[in-house]
Design a protein around this ligand. Structure first.
Ligand code: GRF
Length: 194
């Protein structure tokens, strides 16, 4: 068992495509003295991702791979991550589906956060679908990434009440707030077992 004393920090890459609120939250988490992670890289497929601004702000390296030729880009990423001794990959709103080959290379050390209570509502438009189905409870899930979309082993989940007046936007906001608690909690759980 690794003691979370602040001495041993797992070198982490966070993959994003958009706003990066989970990234920002993970950066804040990494700054806590007893945090088990240090964020060494922010990677994006989208050069316009808002979250990339955190690279400059917090002096974290950033890399952009457009995934136009996915396998060529993945090979470059694999080399880069191995060379830089990255021990953990956190997907946080990353909109590309990584190949089975890539996932195999980092087996058991890629995590993702998904805005539903998996196995319900895999894929996109989770909030729209939850509301259309009149769900009373939705939530978020942190899970290991496997080669099947949103189907890897679940690490932690948090339920969120869906109220009658909720719209996809309001539900997204409520769930995102809980995601920011859940991801660090899941990381502590996973990394204390490594
Ligand atoms: C989050 O809802 C996350 O669960 C999903 O994409 C969204 C990303 O939001 N995978 P942000 O970019 O972290 O703000």
């Amino acid at each position: 068992m690794v003691k979370l004393t602040g001495l041993k920090k797992f070198k982490t890459a966070v993959f994003i495509s958009g706003t990066g609120s989970n990234l920002k939250n993970l950066i804040n988490f990494s700054f806590i003295k007893c945090s088990p992670i240090k964020i060494n890289l922010i990677l994006s497929n989208n050069s316009k991702a808002k979250g990339l601004s955190f690279a400059k702000k917090y002096k974290i390296k950033k890399k952009i791979y457009k995934f136009e030729k996915q396998s060529a880009d993945e090979n470059k990423i694999i080399l880069y991550l191995k060379k830089n001794n990255i021990k953990l990959i956190c997907l946080a709103g990353f909109m590309k589906i990584l190949s089975a080959n890539f996932i195999k290379r980092f087996n058991g050390i890629i995590l993702n956060i998904h805005p539903s209570l998996l196995p319900k509502y895999k894929g996109l438009k989770t909030h729209e679908r939850a509301i259309a189905n009149k769900e009373k409870i939705s939530g978020c899930t942190v899970h290991f990434v496997s080669s099947k979309l949103d189907s890897g082993e679940i690490i932690l989940q948090k339920k969120v009440k869906v109220s009658k007046n909720d719209t996809p936007k309001s539900l997204e906001k409520k769930i995102l707030k809980q995601e920011h608690f859940l991801y660090p909690k899941a990381l502590k759980k996973v990394l204390s077992n490594l």
